[in-house]
Design a binder for this molecule. Structure first.
Ligand code: HEC
Ligand code: HEC
Ligand code: HEC
Ligand code: HEC
Ligand code: HEC
Ligand code: HEC
Ligand code: HEC
Ligand code: HEC
Ligand code: HEC
Ligand code: HEC
Ligand code: HEC
Ligand code: HEC
Ligand code: HEC
Length: 352
């Protein structure tokens, strides 16, 4: 009996399936595996057991493998070699179905660079921006194979990402100046522009000490005598001490002007204009105290002291009289400056 039912039932079901005008149902033996729960009519109609595309309603995007791009209209069997659909479950990563043409030179995560739309990669520069080696300047114009020298065109391994890895020969061959003996860094970008097509002249990058304004057209040898490129001080005074000492307009040496030139100067030719504003100390460009020589107040050329009383047109007794009843008054220049920081009187401008 049991054996008979084994033979008969499939036959009956087959005939029902064949002649039924109803939708197929689960009583037909399913080739899709034991735990298959989806209604047969999602994919099959009375037309038979092939996939009926007109009524096909399975939402494949509910699985972990939405069918996008060129995957959309593929024959199911290309991915589901067995009709037990769940057997495809371990195969959602690109590399589980596609051969790694790059020979493991870019890792196994194809979707980092590819989509199911096509294998063409339009944005190689973009890929490089994400990598440890963004393609900049000249390198964007360089043939892929000049850096990716592997025997097959699809391998993308490289020598390394340091300038020296690829430009070692050029470095060792330099003569003017000889980089090796000058002990230059092998990080070329310290001194060379990656945006330049050449290494010398405009390709050279002095941004660590910008050669601007008064320094723009100065011969290298003026600052680097005897081809000496190392241990050059960036302090202005290290090269401009003579200028400082010989300056008469105004006299700098003596302590009034610090040797930190950048407090007042840029590299502007002629050393002017300066950011120095005497008004911040004492108004001399207008009012009572304009039109005097510097040394009218700065009487001692050896330092930055000043004097009010040596010049002031009133005598000591007259000045004393002007301060009858002013507490704290004394006939000392520093005291005058302290109470008259703007050189004016009349009470309202006083330091309170
Ligand atoms: C998600 C869609 C889908 C569902 C649901 C589905 N099938 Fe299928 N079925 C297929 C596909 C695809 C094929 C292969 C058809 C082809 O090759 O054209 C197939 C083939 C078959 C075949 C033919 C097997 C062969 O070897 O040719 C039978 C029988 C079958 N299905 C029965 C069922 C039964 C019974 C159910 C319901 C329990 C069911 N199917 C549910 C998609 C489905
Ligand atoms: C490009 C490959 C690909 C194509 C084409 C494809 N599938 Fe799938 N399918 C998969 C993968 C991979 C999974 C497993 C996804 C997961 O793990 O959730 C899957 C899952 C399924 C499942 C769910 C299985 C389960 O038990 O959860 C069904 C049903 C299914 N596919 C039916 C179809 C049918 C019907 C077609 C044709 C109309 C089709 N697939 C076309 C790759 C594909
Ligand atoms: C479950 C298997 C499977 C998975 C997973 C899979 N594919 Fe596919 N893919 C196929 C099949 C099958 C085809 C059609 C046959 C072929 O061209 O190899 C295809 C075709 C393609 C095509 C079209 C090829 C052409 O020449 O037109 C691209 C592009 C593609 N897949 C990219 C991807 C990417 C990217 C991933 C990962 C996000 C991926 N595939 C994941 C099975 C898969
Ligand atoms: C880091 C980026 C990257 C990754 C990851 C990557 N590829 Fe590619 N792939 C490329 C580039 C770039 C090309 C050349 C594209 C071009 O010329 O338009 C390419 C081309 C291809 C091509 C077409 C080759 C031809 O004949 O023109 C295939 C197929 C391919 N890749 C498959 C894969 C597969 C499979 C994986 C995963 C194992 C993968 N790729 C991972 C960048 C990548
Ligand atoms: C000037 C040298 C240079 C040129 C030119 C160059 N590359 Fe690269 N490329 C590199 C370096 C270096 C790496 C390694 C980056 C890393 O390891 O992070 C790399 C990495 C890659 C990667 C892998 C990226 C990743 O994330 O794994 C791909 C793909 C690639 N290049 C494709 C190309 C293609 C295609 C071209 C031509 C259009 C090209 N490259 C031109 C130097 C270059
Ligand atoms: C993966 C190899 C690679 C790396 C790393 C690399 N380059 Fe290049 N570079 C090249 C190739 C190839 C060229 C094309 C000309 C050639 O063959 O030298 C080039 C050209 C240049 C040029 C144009 C001058 C010339 O020789 O044609 C400059 C400048 C340059 N690179 C600077 C740099 C700097 C700076 C770095 C480091 C930040 C660097 N490169 C890192 C491979 C590389
Ligand atoms: C400390 C600064 C410095 C570093 C770092 C440096 N260079 Fe230079 N390089 C120079 C100077 C200065 C010149 C001469 C510029 C001129 O004449 O206009 C020069 C010129 C060159 C020249 C052309 C002159 C010749 O004799 O051929 C090449 C090629 C060159 N460098 C390659 C490199 C490479 C490759 C690296 C990195 C591996 C590098 N340089 C690192 C300062 C540097
Ligand atoms: C106005 C003065 C001045 C001029 C002109 C000048 N340099 Fe320099 N250079 C300096 C100073 C200052 C330093 C030290 C920078 C530092 O240590 O940060 C320096 C440093 C260097 C270094 C060494 C960088 C290092 O990392 O060791 C090189 C190489 C160099 N200059 C090359 C040149 C070349 C080539 C020229 C002509 C194109 C030039 N310099 C013109 C002032 C100058
Ligand atoms: C390594 C030496 C060096 C250093 C450091 C240096 N200079 Fe110079 N500077 C020169 C040379 C050389 C000239 C060309 C004129 C000359 O021969 O005196 C020059 C020219 C100038 C000029 C133009 C002078 C004129 O007559 O038009 C100014 C302004 C100037 N430097 C300001 C500065 C300032 C400010 C600093 C500090 C930030 C500085 N320099 C640092 C070497 C240097
Ligand atoms: C406290 C501000 C200050 C400091 C610090 C300073 N200077 Fe000046 N310097 C001036 C002023 C103000 C002038 C006059 C500018 C004018 O004529 O417009 C001047 C003018 C000069 C002149 C032109 C003088 C002339 O005879 O034409 C030179 C050269 C000069 N400074 C060099 C230096 C040097 C070198 C240093 C640093 C070692 C320095 N200065 C520091 C304020 C300063
Ligand atoms: C009418 C008097 C007077 C005249 C004229 C005068 N100064 Fe002064 N100067 C002062 C006083 C007061 C101070 C403030 C001193 C203090 O804060 O210690 C001062 C401060 C300074 C300082 C700042 C000193 C510091 O502490 O950093 C400099 C530099 C200076 N004067 C330069 C000059 C120069 C250059 C001239 C000529 C163009 C000049 N002064 C003309 C009165 C004068
Ligand atoms: C070069 C000569 C000279 C020097 C130095 C000088 N003064 Fe005068 N001062 C004058 C003259 C001229 C007047 C206007 C006439 C007057 O009121 O006596 C004046 C006026 C004044 C007045 C009165 C202003 C008013 O509004 O009536 C005060 C306060 C004053 N000076 C303070 C000072 C102080 C503080 C110093 C020292 C930092 C100083 N002066 C250095 C020449 C000088
Ligand atoms: C303790 C603060 C103080 C000191 C120090 C001081 N003064 Fe005065 N000074 C005053 C006051 C307050 C007045 C206003 C008196 C009045 O209007 O009755 C005055 C008035 C003056 C006037 C007259 C202003 C006018 O409007 O007629 C002059 C000029 C003057 N002082 C200069 C000086 C000189 C020069 C010194 C240094 C020798 C000096 N002062 C020191 C506080 C001071």
């Amino acid at each position: 009996m049991r054996i008979l039912s084994f033979i008969i039932w499939p036959l009956v079901l087959y005939l029902i399936g064949l002649f039924s005008t109803e939708s197929p149902n689960t009583t037909t033996e399913s080739p899709h595996g034991k735990d298959f729960k989806i209604s047969c009519s999602t994919c099959h109609s009375s037309k038979g057991w092939s996939l009926d595309k007109e009524i096909y309603a399975f939402d494949h995007s509910k699985t972990k493998m939405p069918l996008l791009g060129s995957h959309k209209d593929l024959n199911c069997k290309l991915c589901h070699s067995s009709l037990v659909f769940s057997e495809a479950k371990a195969k959602t990563e690109c590399v589980s179905c596609h051969t790694d043409i790059h020979n493991q030179s870019v890792g196994k995560y194809c979707d980092k660079c590819h989509t199911p739309d096509s294998w063409i990669v339009s944005n190689v520069t973009g890929i490089h921006q994400q990598s440890r080696f963004p393609l900049l300047g000249v390198h964007t114009m360089t043939e892929c194979q000049q850096c990716h020298k592997s025997e097959t065109l699809h391998r993308y391994d490289v020598l390394g990402i340091e300038c020296f890895d690829c430009h070692r020969d050029k470095y060792l061959a330099t003569s003017s100046p000889n980089h090796n003996t000058a002990n230059f860094s092998t990080d070329c970008s310290q001194c060379h522009y990656i945006y330049s097509y050449e290494w010398a002249s405009s390709g050279f990058n002095h941004d660590f000490f910008p050669l601007t304004l008064g320094h723009a057209n100065v011969a290298c040898s003026k600052c680097h005598p005897n081809n000496n490129f190392s241990n050059i001080s960036t302090e202005c005074v290290s090269c401009h001490l003579t200028d400082y000492n010989s300056t008469t307009h105004p006299v700098h040496s003596g302590g009034c002007f610090s040797t930190n030139c950048t407090v007042c100067h840029t590299t502007n030719p002629g050393w002017t204009p300066t950011s120095f504003d005497h008004q911040n100390y004492f108004p001399i460009s207008s009012g009572n105290h304009s039109g005097f020589a510097c040394n009218a107040c700065h009487t001692n050329p050896a330092n930055c002291t000043f004097s009010c009383i040596d010049c002031h047109e009133h005598s000591q007794s007259e000045t004393n009289n002007q301060h009858n009843g002013v507490g704290g008054y004394s006939y000392l220049s520093t005291a005058c400056y302290n109470c008259h920081p703007n050189g004016s009187g009349g009470g309202k401008h006083f330091r309170k």
